[in-house]
Design a protein around this ligand. Sequence first.
Ligand SMILES: [Zn+2]
Length: 67
Amino acid sequence: MRSQNASSDVTATGGSGGTCQRSGPYKCNSHTEIIVVFQRGDRFPNCPMNNGHATTWSIVREPPADR
Ligand SMILES: [Zn+2]
């Protein structure tokens, strides 16, 4: 028997200077209005706010359907 390989568990956050493990839109943890799309293998930059501050980027889930 072989277990399923869950590849959806790839790290979806990263600090500035780290490597993006998963393509998609990311937001700055301090500025949730800042959304930047990164590709897998990209290096996470500093957030452009506050003259560029080191931050943690978190992948953005699909936007809520209803409002
Ligand atoms: Zn920020």
